[in-house]
Ligand binder design. Sequence first.
Ligand SMILES: [Ca+2]
Ligand SMILES: [Ca+2]
Length: 297
Amino acid sequence: MFYQKPFTPFTLLIALVIIFISSDSKIVAQGNALNLDGNQDYLTTPHLGIELKEKTMEAWVKLNDINHMGSGVVGIDVNYSMPHQNFDAITYNETNNGWMLSSEFFRRTTVSGSGVKETSTNEWVHMAVTYKDYDYQLYRNGTLIHQRTLDSAFVFPTNSNIIIGQRHSFAGGSDLNAVIDEVRVWNIARDSFDIQSTMNCSCSQMGAIPSTGLLACYTFDDFGADPVLDVTGNGYHASIATDANTNPVYVVSTAPISTCAINKAIPTLGEWGIIILALSMLTFGMLAIRKNLILAN
Ligand SMILES: [Ca+2]
Ligand SMILES: [Ca+2]
């Protein structure tokens, strides 16, 4: 007589494998962020060692002072002797117009009309900027708030470095008064989809952030570390500047960085192993059922 269990161990295994493979979200542990006090709190990296023209810089920021003027979040800086210093940076309020792009002598400085200002010290915002030749784009929370197409992109020389929490390294570079997290620098100009799709992701989540073009990423999850680890493996660890007052403080991050979609189009080697194992067990199971049916008849 024909008999088949509605739910065999083999179908259970297959169901588990399918759930595992199709799952596109993984929980990221609550990480840390860095609180900068607006007074000599900033970080710098070793020289990039490559020329940098196209680029993307992004970070989560929670301002401690929404009226602070001219502070830099993240930038690229090369400090020859003046007047040859060059920098590009995401800054807040240098001209009292909220978020903007700053540069040496305002050469590539740009802001949208009256600008976009923050109204709360309790709100995390994601800021991103992309630089292509004659195309600079500034995003707030993944939304384009300003585009400028008047200027060529500056080619930063190999002895440039990443600067975090300061507009520029030369004297007078206003220091950031904010909590920051998940700071990234790319040597490509990312598009809006790419920025939106990864802004809530962390470099600490394996596979969540594309590695192509990613120069440096700081999660600040290496609690207390100085220099702050560049988790890409490219070695651009960010040293905390010597501070004559209160140093930057690591804090538990409340930035909206948690679960994240991961492209599962290509299974990993381990996943291929599980698939092959499951298919083998399924085949043996089918054969066993078939054998039982033959014997039963
Ligand atoms: Ca973090
Ligand atoms: Ca300080």
